[in-house]
Design a protein around this ligand. Structure first.
Ligand code: WTA
Length: 692
């Protein structure tokens, strides 16, 4: 009974007040059984036995300590890294309440370290020099490569020396527009080594988006490559950068150097436009530099990188992460969420252009000395079996991907999966959007042969690392639930007044305390940082997501509650798409909403009002889509354009998106009260035009 008492006591620190939930108690005590009704899926005993966190009890014990003694909990973990100088007395600053003063999150302040050193030199010194750090798989199945930890360190040093040579200094920004070549993580690490901030732009963004980011952070150098092949398409990246550089120069930001890697398999070197004096071929200069390079030691709170992400209003936001806390947090979340062991081979399908590729292709895994697979191409090229071909080829043990890919491969049929053995797999992961239970089951049963736990990791560009995730081996899973918060994270659900709600409920997901991986500001706009994230519910970080907590205390993410759409796991602000549409000379007004999409999760549905007298035509529809592709990128192109002679607005002129969402998803019996509209007739008009 003393044991039981201890467990029940520890449950009281669960943010949901889980101790009050009888069934959860049974789960924690190992007394719950799987049944149709509760839909619990248990890890096998073999798996749990070898796991870092083998039981709910162990999770609760660690969780309890992380909440009651965050400084001690995180200091112990941070001590495993190399610090040139240890952090000061105060491990972190806690205040998340704007009414009590500025939000200035800091962790391990005064500590001096370098994340590149911790990823590479530290591991080489520990004897992992000959371990493969990166396996690279090309778009064409016959192309591949690899680098050991020692080789990766040398490549990083050569680039770091070059960057120093051209005058890139600590605190300077470097814009990176590269596909998934090994040169992308090499570039990120080289920047980190010399204390420069990388700002990676996903190589699917348009020239205008690249230009916007260049103008915002004013880099001395842009690093790109001539071209990349995705599936059977060749994309000329250098041409896009050329256009971006012309555009940014117009806004007064002149980039001195454009370092260009020659990706021979996509395009021969002679076929790219060239600007003498500005453009440099990577292969001509970088190999000539020394393979060692002294580390620039930085403060734990010195910036590491910038990554732009979409919000519900205005221009993309430059999310800024710093060094020490991010390092400790990405490494720790990686280790526990995937139950990482040195024998693992890890493959994450994300591109380094997004946060997942920063935290869980590059930093988190390399900090742990992991062997990481990166893949250049399209996941269904040359056929939908490619992912499993790669899994078998490299004996991948941990496979981390997005629900949109799971759904698309599921649609292609089980045969493509079953053609491959997949025997090496032991943990699966999901990220980017809520994973629907049917996709979860297919992933679990077909891909993982009902053997591999799935870590459904909920987090955001802003959070730096996982905030909520099952720990495989600890919890029985429920298909589609991100389960419980990670160590040190006090996740709470609040109502519209910002009052925390307990037990079974749904509402807005907030975080009550600071965690090491939190972003520190929005680049150049700290006020927007506080307004967007800390003012909506005072005392909390507001995630922008809705969440339900079920009768067992499990958490279920329900999607964004703001005007952000999640298309194939990519965040797109409706305001950005609208602003692209209205820049079309014949478009007077636009309103964009998300609609359910079978594969992409959400699709983009745009209502457009044309300039007086302009007739709607197929040609115009195409040119509206084109302008979005041009201004943002192909992934943001609307799936549907709906011609709207008028938009439903309140008398004060506010567009009623709620009604537009219902029209877009054809839920016409749920339109609700339309009598408060300035002109209720526009609704009928829109419905009549739905299939035009
Ligand atoms: C959504 C990606 C449910 C969520 C790491 C969040 C998820 C946004 C999950 C952040 C998940 C991400 N379950 N929803 N496991 N993971 N999301 O910044 O809406 O690109 O706010 O970061 O994706 O997207 P971001």
């Amino acid at each position: 009974t003393t044991n039981h008492l201890r467990h029940v006591e520890s449950m009281a620190t669960m943010p949901s007040g889980a101790g009050k939930i009888p069934h959860l108690n049974a789960i924690i005590l190992g007394e719950a059984l799987a049944s149709e009704e509760n839909d619990l899926i248990f890890p096998s005993d073999d798996f749990s036995r070898q796991a870092h966190v083998p039981s709910p009890q162990k999770y609760l014990e660690m969780y309890k300590r992380s909440i009651e003694d965050p400084a001690g909990f995180w200091s112990d973990i941070a001590s495993d890294f190399f610090w040139k100088q240890k952090w000061g007395q105060q491990v972190y600053f806690e205040n998340l309440d704007v009414n009590k003063g500025d939000i200035r999150i800091e962790w391990f302040k005064g500590g001096i370290t370098n994340i590149c050193y911790n990823c590479l030199d530290r591991n080489v010194e520990a004897g992992l020099g000959d371990r493969i750090a990166l396996y690279w798989e090309g778009n064409e199945p016959c192309l591949d490569g690899s680098l050991t930890y020692s080789q990766l360190l040398q490549k990083v040093c050569q680039l770091a020396n070059y960057l120093k040579d051209i005058g890139v200094k600590k605190g300077d920004a470097v814009v990176v527009y590269l596909p998934m070549l090994m040169e992308l993580p090499i570039t990120m690490l080289a920047c980190a080594r010399i204390g420069a901030l990388h700002s990676v732009v996903f190589a699917g963004f348009s020239a205008e988006s690249v230009a916007q980011r260049i103008v915002d952070c004013k880099p001395k150098v842009v690093i790109t490559c001539n071209a990349v092949k995705r599936g059977s398409k060749v994309i000329h990246l250098k041409d896009i950068v050329d256009a971006a550089l012309i555009e940014s120069a117009r806004s007064g930001v002149c980039v001195e150097v454009c370092l260009t890697y020659i990706n021979e398999s996509a395009l021969k070197r002679g076929s790219t436009k060239w600007e003498e004096g500005r453009d440099i071929w990577w292969q001509d200069v970088i190999p000539k530099y020394p393979t060692t390079c002294a580390v620039e030691w930085v403060d734990a709170e010195d910036p590491l990188f910038l990554l732009y992400t979409s919000g519900s209003t205005g221009k993309p936001k430059g999310v800024l992460h710093t060094t020490g806390g991010y390092m400790v947090y990405t490494a720790t979340t990686f280790k526990y969420a995937f139950d990482y062991k040195p024998s693992d081979i890890y493959w994450c399908t994300a591109d380094c252009g997004w946060i997942t590729g920063h935290s869980y292709v590059t930093y988190g895994p390399l900090l742990n000395g992991t062997t990481v697979v990166i893949y250049e191409g399209a996941p269904n090229y040359p056929d939908p079996g490619r992912c499993w071909d790669i899994v078998d080829k490299y004996k991948v043990t941990i496979f981390y991907t997005a629900p949109t890919l799971v759904r698309s491969l599921m649609r292609d049929g089980d045969e493509y999966v079953k053609r491959y053995l997949r025997k090496s797999l032991r943990v699966l992961g999901s990220v980017g959007e809520p994973i629907n239970p049917s996709a979860w089951r297919w992933f679990y049963n077909v891909v993982g042969d009902s053997r591999c736990p799935i870590s459904d990791t909920w987090w955001q560009t802003e959070t730096g690392g996982f905030m909520m995730t099952p720990l495989p081996g600890a919890w029985p899973q429920k298909p589609g639930s991100a389960t419980f918060p990670f160590f040190g994270v006090q996740a709470v659900i609040v109502d519209e007044k910002g009052v925390e709600i307990e037990g079974e409920c749904s509402g807005y997901l907030c975080i009550k305390n600071s965690w090491p991986g939190a972003f520190r500001t929005l680049y150049g706009d700290h006020e927007r940082y506080e307004t967007t994230y800390f003012k909506p519910f005072s005392g909390y970080y507001f995630s922008g997501d809705g969440c339900r907590r079920d009768e067992d205390g499990y958490h279920w993410l329900t999607g964004r509650v703001d005007d952000v759409i999640n298309v194939s796991g990519h965040r797109i602000g409706t305001a950005e798409v609208e602003s692209a549409l209205v820049s079309h000379p014949q478009c007077a007004e636009a309103a964009v909403v998300g609609v359910e999409h079978e594969v992409k999760g959400q699709g983009i549905y745009a209502f457009v009002t044309l300039v007086e007298g302009v007739p709607y035509s197929e040609e115009l529809r195409k040119s509206l889509i084109l302008i979005v592709r041009k201004q943002i990128g192909a992934f943001a192109a609307p799936d549907r354009i709906h011609w709207a002679p008028g938009l439903p607005k309140t008398r004060s002129g506010k567009i009623m998106r709620r009604i537009l969402r219902k029209i877009a998803s054809k839920q016409l019996d749920e339109l609700g009260d339309t009598s408060t509209l300035a002109d209720p007739n526009v609704v009928d008009q829109l419905i009549a035009l739905a299939d035009k």
